[in-house]
Design a protein around this ligand. Sequence first.
Ligand code: ZN
Length: 443
Amino acid sequence: MVAPSLARSAKPHVAELLQRLVRYDTTNPPGNERECAAYCRDVLTDAGIAAELVGDDPNRVNVVSRLSGRGDAPPLLLYGHLDVVPTAAQAWDVPPFEGRLQDGYIWGRGALDMKGGVAMMMDAFMRAHLDGADLPGDVILALVSDEEAGGNTGAAWLVRERPELFDGVRYAMGEFGGFSKTYRGRKFYMAQVAEKQGCRVQATARGPGGHGSLVHHDTAPTRMAQFLVKLDKKPLPFHVHPVTRMMIEAIGARLPRLEGAFLQLLLNPRWTGRILRRMGPAGRELEPLFRHTANATIINGGEKANVIPSEVAVNLDCRMLPGYDAEDLLGELQDIAGPNIELEAVNFQPKPWILNLGLFDTLASIISEQDPESVSVPMLMPAGTDGRHFATLGIQTYGWMPMNLPADFDFLKTIHAANERVPVSALEFGAEALYRLLLRFHE
Ligand SMILES: [Zn+2]
């Protein structure tokens, strides 16, 4: 176990810290987070805080550090990932690993996802130590590897091999949320409280094989093609998930009355599809929160150009709403597929569905202190994060990296894309919000 040392030193500015983090190319694969992790440890050590590197792959270590609190609240976990997604085949206006400061933004891969969040967390963590803040409970900082490819050397490894590091933790701050989104002139801060669960489904079509010179109907390839076309045309059934309901109600309450009432119609499954279509691009963004999704990603079949294959297999990347299991999804898919397609969930491990909103009001009050005209909204995340690993320890993650973004800045379109960047003012906003949280988190 690490203990804070007594020596107190200084910390870099949050923007400078992010610039340094961006300069480590931690593209995953392969990740190679070791040097970036060692840098983070050294920054913490220079601020007088002990930190250790843990992990079983020397190139892919994780940083763990801890500040002591007075024990009135369970320990709070701050975690972020150091790896980033590839930049290949993207047209960047600036070199993605230069860490350039230009026009008030830090540019580079990871600026938003999520080295920016890591910089904010480190800033708040070090500030609490340097100020000698009276923390309600211990605060644990974990900077992990491999989030973008499953967390095998990072969060998944930590919860499996070192769960004692997180003893007693109930709440964690991580990604993916906290950013502001301006909709119809109103500003909303999205706090992720739940995420969808990934599930790979293998779909197999079988049919008579034969020679490519003859006439064939109803073959394995055409059966599979029919299924994929049906899946494209007909959405899986709509479900109003409790978190989606909270999210829509919170947004609707803030809009003018008619617009709010229109949005609330989404919560009636008979209307959901029609309203989503009417909403255009905003509806497409919301649709995954109302149903499971299934997209064909890998197609296998046929080995020889003149032989009709008797089997075609397709991998479906499926994302289920929290709380459902693979059987629910397979049933819905089978209704669309009909009897000619076999469906099987591959390596699905159900993740516990927890929802503990005990800290939500505290987060919302911090945001409204810093941005009084805004409102905080609980959010369901359409994809997965490391939150699913920590959930196996009973830990509720809030995706909360607060960022007050300009109205025309599209967060979702900027992550994983060319020209990823973050305003310096948003980094300062988030570091301040996290610091305030460290002073007042509770049971
Ligand atoms: Zn991320």
